[in-house]
Design a protein around this ligand. Sequence first.
Ligand SMILES: [Zn+2]
Length: 361
Amino acid sequence: MSIPHLQGKVQTVLGLVSPVELGVTLPHEHCLIDMSIWFAEPQHVTGKQLAREPLSLENLWYVRYHPYSNLDNVQLLDEGMAIEELLRYRLAGGCTVIDMTNVGIGRDALALARISRATGLHIVMGAGYYVEESLPPGATMDEDAIARDIVRDITEGVDGTGIRAGVIGEIGIKGWPLTEGEKTFLRAAVIAQNETGAFINVHTGRSPSSPFEVVEYMDTIGAEVPRVVMSHIDRTLFTHQDRVRLAKTGCMIEYDMFSLEGWMPENIRMIYSEEEPTRRADLPNDAARVDHLVALIDEGFIHQLLVSHDHNSKTRLCRYGGPGYAHLLNNVAPIMRRKGMRQEQIDTIMVHNPGRLLTFV
Ligand SMILES: [Zn+2]
């Protein structure tokens, strides 16, 4: 089933647009977000002091290494700053942003509409549940009720604002195996996908087994797998063989942590890998990410690739010495060209793939 007035269109926070208007699209970002659910209280006194300091030049390096141990860092609440940061992307040639902030991490439909008007960017808003820990008190755990909420967000609008969501996600999966609650979130997302024709983005669990388990489960319950995006592949799959195996399921592969290099902190309260409990997610750098993409293109999977930054904390923004939202256009596209990607291939990944997903079917 699909919804006639949505079919063939893209739904932004300012209304419906034609897919040809989208241009360069960042498929996984956060303009505003409250990630304080991931705040990890350090045990030692020095850490406790640093945890509550505002981000500054003096503590920037510490916070880059311990991003979840500084409360100021994990909150992007300043609308004026969001506009300033996103304008840099607009001026670099960016046109569209998908804001994956959904239920539990501070979704704010009216603010997104204002940011869209101020920047001239198309902004598409997410729907559905983030991870279990983030849910507001009293949030329903009934799959039909969650699905109804998602459909209402897409067809009528969010929180009585009349501003409508255009994607389902990011649906929060923490680890492996899936919990009963996570299965409920996924079932609700799939019911809503079948009803609306939207695509689904999944925040994949921190285990190399997670994306495979999620895709298989979603396939079993009737998801349209080519319209399901597996986020955060950069920190989830560590071999080319695994990436090819996942691509062969038909789902979308999203490298969405561009600019984040080094490692993921151990104190983040997530599960890394139950099969290999000592394994930690060492992140590739941008050059290695491009190598991974080129290898997947060589195997014929270009139409399943997406790239983004998933900026969700202050250290990632230009005002705090970070890369900002224009990083892919300004700094990564030249690496792609140097490594042999043709402009039409870059356009396929940055324009056409996200545009196809955003178009309701
Ligand atoms: Zn995200």
